[in-house]
Design a protein around this ligand. Sequence first.
Ligand code: COA
Ligand code: HC5
Length: 634
Amino acid sequence: MWGICSRTLVGMAKSAARPPHLVRPVAAHRLPGRYLSHQGSLPSLPVPPLQQTCQRYLEALEPIMEPEELERSRGLVEGFGRRGGVGERLQRGLEERARSTDNWLSDWWVQVAYLDYRLPVVVHSSPGLVLPRMDFSDVEGQMRFAAKLITGVLDFKTMIDNESLPVEQQGGAPLCMHQYYQLFSSCRLPGLHQDSLLHHRGRGPAPTHITVVMNSQFFQVEVYGPDGAPLTEDQILVQLRGVRGASEEEEVEPVGILTSQHRDRWGGAYLELTRDETNRESVSAIQSSIFTVCLDGPTPAVAAERYRSAAAVQMLHGGGSRLNSGNRWFDKTLQFIVGVDGTCGANYEHAPAEGPPIVALIDHVVEYTRKPDTVQSVTGTAPPAPRRLHFNLTPEIRRSIAEAKEHLDALARDLDVEVVVFPHFGKNVPKRFRMSPDAFVQMSLQLAYYRMYGRCCSTYESASLRRFRLGRTDTVRSSSRASLSFVRAFDDPRKQDTEKLDLMDKAVKAHRSYTDMAVSGQAIDRHLLGLKLQALEEKLGVPELFTDPAFSRALHYQLSTSQVPSKADCVMCFGPVVPDGYGVCYNPMETHINLALSAFNACPDTQAGRLARAVETALLDMRTLLETTARAKL
Ligand code: COA
Ligand code: HC5
């Protein structure tokens, strides 16, 4: 019943057996047939041609390397790709893997990008989402809103359960819907050296409860009635009031903060924690729950213009151990967070799904919560009261909690987040000038970075591979020969505006064309990763191409970016992926752009606010160039 993604941890995952009281048979939870036939009709992810990747890799190195360094790399790449060379052998291995799996990349990707990654999921991996501020400002309003939100999520879940969720499309192509089926009743499990994923596959009895956490205490809350129908909002509200009352009776150690630790440390503490049967049951109730709702305590008041940045921080890490960071179970795939002052959003563990399915769910919930209240018929028996999930803490676990608090507080102090609502324009301006809005924003980032540092850097933009069965992401490399020519020319007084415009147009087109290549499975990053992993799998040793400093440089993404559109005007955010880099997530709306930028305070060279100002200026300068020059030209 539980799908286990990490092969090596099967034994451990099996031993975390679910106690019988956590589940109740619900007929609707079958593996959906229509979903399966749609999945079957999707194309398989291709393995790009070897020579193409070698060529494109060298092109990608050009803007980020000195010419002399590039020569050495050229030699290595040519050797790797040579007829009869190691590259060809690995390519054949990959092609064979592609023939014998549903997707040659996706299992590897989940393992390498997530389950083997040992830094805390907090900030380093799990994104935060901030919803527009809601209209409540006290605990009663918080309870009412949370009850509505929960019914909205269950409404979305019904569409998954009965397969009425429409298949999404991108440029007319149907997309893989698999990730939607991984969102509920799933959780990451820590290990000593690698993690695993638990997911309720939907056969047989399905979980009918969620976990609610308030004052750092966890409760199991039933959200389906005995007839299998979701409880009404009023019934859920009664449950939440019960949670609130019970959570005020006791003061406990925030066990959940353990999930914010470095994964190896948490893996060790997890073994200690789950030696006790009560703890095992409690942990299992959280892991199997459909999702988690965090009812947060108050946060310090901030000036209106800092509100969104403060909310982003609350969603990313909870604000520190004295605020809400212990009011979380960061391993849980879906955590909805509701504050007392109208702040709400989510934090999600990234391994099972990409941002867009989460945002589609959130958009649905926001729309749902805006609907006028309907009269609800409350039937027969009251649902069971919330069940407190107890934890027995040994001195060792208490020490681990204290250590986790310290680490989380240091991480929280280190994170610098700036949310910007760029009000001047959105997708409308680039579209008017027949340019891809996404490429336009990416080029503004290139220009901003170049202006700050006098060079460009390895830049990552997520591109969806969901046109293919079980597709996840590949990388659009936004620094290119064309982007470098554009940013170099932009502030050069010797250049005419017409030339600058021409270079901007070329840079935008080059980015859009890289994007087309990436979403059709022809980008280089995942292919190179696949070739490297294939070498390890075949025990061939790591080819020199992958130990070349250029390869590390290419993967040192000082700009890690992602476009995540949301109809509900949300702000999405994540941390940098390198100590001296930035994380930039943006949601381009028609007439404005929401951006969340992050950096680490420990790095003296990066400041989220400085990059934010530079991006705003770059966007405006690019529009001015278009408006003053393009009209005559286009
Ligand atoms: N002239 C006029 N309009 C144009 C245009 C042009 N030259 N080029 C594009 N447009 C329009 C498009 O038709 C589209 O219109 P719409 O808003 O009506 O849909 C809009 O501009 C947006 O297109 P564009 O800005 O080019 O980008 P995109 O929507 O194709 O997005 C990616 C590009 C890379 C973000 C997208 O392909 C993708 O992969 N998204 C998923 C990323 C992801 O998974 N992120 C999260 C990872 S966890
Ligand atoms: C709610 C929006 C979250 C966006 C998260 C995202 O973009 O994650 C990227 C996933 C990927 O495979 O590209 C990784 N990144 C945050 C490092 C860009």
